[in-house]
Design a protein around this ligand. Structure first.
Ligand code: NI
Length: 256
C-alpha cells in the first residue's frame, strides 16, 4: 500500500519518526508520500524524501498559508520539484471554512502553483474545503494540462463523479469511518479507477481511535474499510488503488 497523503515531517513525529516509518512497512504500507503544506514543511518533506528510499515528497503552500508564499519560494519550489523524489505540487487549493488567508490571495496563490505544476507537467494535490465551486472554476482552465487528486474528498458522490470525469482522482481516508460521513458514500459509489487512499496523518485517525495521533500504517485500516464498503476483497482494492497512485505520481516509471 501507499499512503498518498501524510505529514510525518510534523513535530508530532519528532520523538519516534523512524519507528513510525518502520511500523508502516510492517503494516504493509511500503511507500509514503509526504505532503508539503507550507514553506518549512515543503523543505522538510524534500529532506525526508532524500533520506528515505520509500518516501516521496510534494512541495507546495496550503491555502491556510497562502499569504506566506513569496516569489523567492516559488522559485525554490521549482528547484525542489525537479528532483526525482518530488512527485507533485501540493497541497494547494482553497479553504473558505477557516479563511486563514484572504480569499483573493488564496485564489491567486492556487493559480500560481497550478501554473507551476502545468509547466513542470506534475500532478497536483488539492485541498478544498467549503470552496468547491470556486476550485472547479479555477481548475477548469487546467483540464488536460494537469492531473491531480482532490485529497480528503470533501464533496458529494455527484461531485466526485464530476471531478473524476474531468480526469482527476479523489482520495479517501479515516473520515469514511466517522458517523454519518458523506465520504463513506463517496468511497462506496465513486469510480475506484480514479480513487486513492491516504491517512492525512497526524490527523483524521480512523475509528475507533479518532482523536489520537494518526500514522501512515493506519492506511491499512482505511483500505479495509473501503473494501468493506464496496463489498470487494481487500487485496483487489489494494491492487487498484496502489496502481492508481503509481500512475498518477509516476512512481513506477521513475523508480521501477
Ligand atoms: Ni494534508
Amino acid at each position: 500500500m501507499i499512503d498518498t497523503h501524510c505529514h510525518i515531517d510534523f513535530k508530532d513525529f519528532d520523538r519516534d519518526r523512524d519507528e513510525v516509518i518502520r511500523d508502516a512497512a510492517k503494516a504493509g504500507v511500503d511507500r509514503l508520500i509526504n505532503i508539503g503544506a507550507d514553506i518549512p514543511s515543503s523543505r522538510r518533506a524534500f529532506k525526508l524524501a532524500g533520506d528515505h528510499a520509500n518516501i516521496f515528497a510534494t512541495v507546495g503552500v496550503h491555502p491556510h498559508d497562502a499569504k506566506t508564499l513569496t516569489p523567492a519560494f516559488l522559485a525554490e519550489m521549482e528547484k525542489m520539484a525537479v528532483h526525482p523524489k518530488v512527485v507533485g505540487i501540493g497541497e494547494i487549493g482553497l479553504d473558505y471554512y477557516r479563511d486563514l488567508s484572504p480569499r483573493d490571495i488564496q485564489r491567486k496563490v492556487f493559480i500560481q502553483q497550478l501554473d507551476l505544476a502545468a509547466r513542470l507537467k506534475m500532478p497536483v494535490v488539492i485541498h478544498v474545503r467549503e470552496a468547491m465551486d470556486d476550485a472547479l472554476a479555477i481548475m477548469g482552465d487546467y483540464i488536460g494540462r494537469t492531473a491531480g487528486v482532490f485529497h480528503c474528498f470533501p464533496g458529494t458522490v455527484e461531485q466526485a463523479h464530476h471531478v473524476q470525469k474531468l480526469g482527476f482522482h479523489i482520495s479517501v481516508n479515516g473520515v469514511m469511518t466517522y458517523k454519518n460521513s458523506k465520504m463513506a458514500d463517496v468511497g462506496k459509489y465513486a469510480d475506484l479507477e480514479r480513487m486513492l487512499i491516504e491517512t492525512d496523518c497526524p490527523y483524521l485517525t480512523p475509528m475507533p481511535n479518532r482523536g489520537k495521533r494518526n500514522t501512515p500504517g493506519q492506511v491499512a485500516a482505511v483500505l479495509l474499510f473501503l473494501a468493506h464498503l464496496r463489498d470487494m476483497p481487500a487485496a483487489e482494492v489494494e491492487k487498484i488503488t496502489t496502481r492508481n497512485a503509481e500512475r498518477l505520481f509516476r512512481l513506477v516509471e521513475m523508480f521501477g
